[in-house]
Design a protein around this ligand. Sequence first.
Ligand code: DX5
Ligand code: ZN
Length: 216
Amino acid sequence: MKTKLISPSLLSADFGNLERDINMLNDSQADWLHVDVMDGRFVPNISFGFPVMKTVQQHSTKFVDVHLMILEPEKYVEEFINLGADLVSVHYEACVHLNRTINLIQSLGAKAGVVLNPSTPVLMLEDIIEDVDLVLLMSVNPGFGGQKFLKNTYKKIAETKDLILSNNSRALIEIDGGVNLENASKLFEAGADVLVAGNAVFSAEDPAKMIELLKI
Ligand code: DX5
Ligand code: ZN
């Protein structure tokens, strides 16, 4: 996979015009499509689940990047993969048997990512880094779009990069939350491979143009 990727978050799309917004992303320079699933238990908000994922499967031509903000994600990964998820990322904080869940995702033919909340130290990844395809660092507390970027993310990118290099891991680094024109190039420079952007893309006058600008 090449780096400097943009993964627009569907959470900020217009759900009354989902097909239109997915088609707009299909025609844009977006690399991935980020799908935020929230259960109202792991995070204090409920977003959407399988029916919306089905619409994504029907219309998206992009690599589908599913971010599960749910308890007991192992119960649901198979259905998301059957509905076209190319990558499924689960929270470190939500998995009692993380290694088993990562193996399950990969055995079902998808890439597997692990997500860290802003307050979870990178060192918790030491015994999983060799097995994952991606590390997703939350740069806001998960649950809502449009929040302010947390600056300790830069330090965590550096630490994650070190961990990846010292373990010869293939993992990509993805950043999620508060990404905008002001921090995107700094994040890529710091070592991020993939940036999620919800509000920055969908509140822009020209979302496709914004995706292009975020890559520069
Ligand atoms: C937050 C979600 C994010 C969110 C990002 O809990 O995981 O993916 O949609 O939205 P922005 O880019 O608006 O912070
Ligand atoms: Zn997300």
